[in-house]
Design a protein around this ligand. Sequence first.
Ligand code: TYC
Length: 138
Amino acid sequence: MLVGQSAIISILLQNCCHGAMRKSSGLELVCQEGEQEDPWYEEGVTVEKNLPQLAPPPMYKVVLLNDDYTPMEFVVEVLESFFGLQREQATRIMLQIHQQGRAAVGCYTRDIAETKAMQVIDFAQQNQHPLLCQVEQA
Ligand code: TYC
C-alpha cells in the first residue's frame, strides 16, 4: 500500500463506526495506555500491521510467426530495431522462426508486449509484408 493510501485509510478507520473494516485491512488501532478497551471506542492511532505484499506483474511473450512472403532480411531488421537484438542473434532467431514456425522474441509487461506487437504489425504493413506476431502470457 502506498503511503498516501495508508494515510487516507488511517483517517477512514479512525472515523468509521466499528472495527470490521479495520480488521480486514491489516491495520490495527493502537490505543494509549488507559484508553478504553471498548470495541466501539475508536480514538487512537492506526498503524500498519502487515507490510503490503507486492507481487511482480505477470509477464507476456511477443511471439513472431513464420510466413512464406516476408523477406528474411526484413525480419532481421524487425528483431534488431524493435527487440534490441544484435544482428547475429537476430539472424539465428529469424532462422528458427523460418524452420519451426514461431519463436518468442521478447518478454515484457502486458502493455509493453502489446505495444511492440502492434508496432511490428504496423511496420510490416507499411512495407507490404504479411509478417504477424502475437502476445501470450509467459
Ligand atoms: N519464411 C520467410 C521466407 O522464407 C522468412 C520469415 C522468417 C518470415 C521469419 C517470417 O517471422 C518470419 N522469406
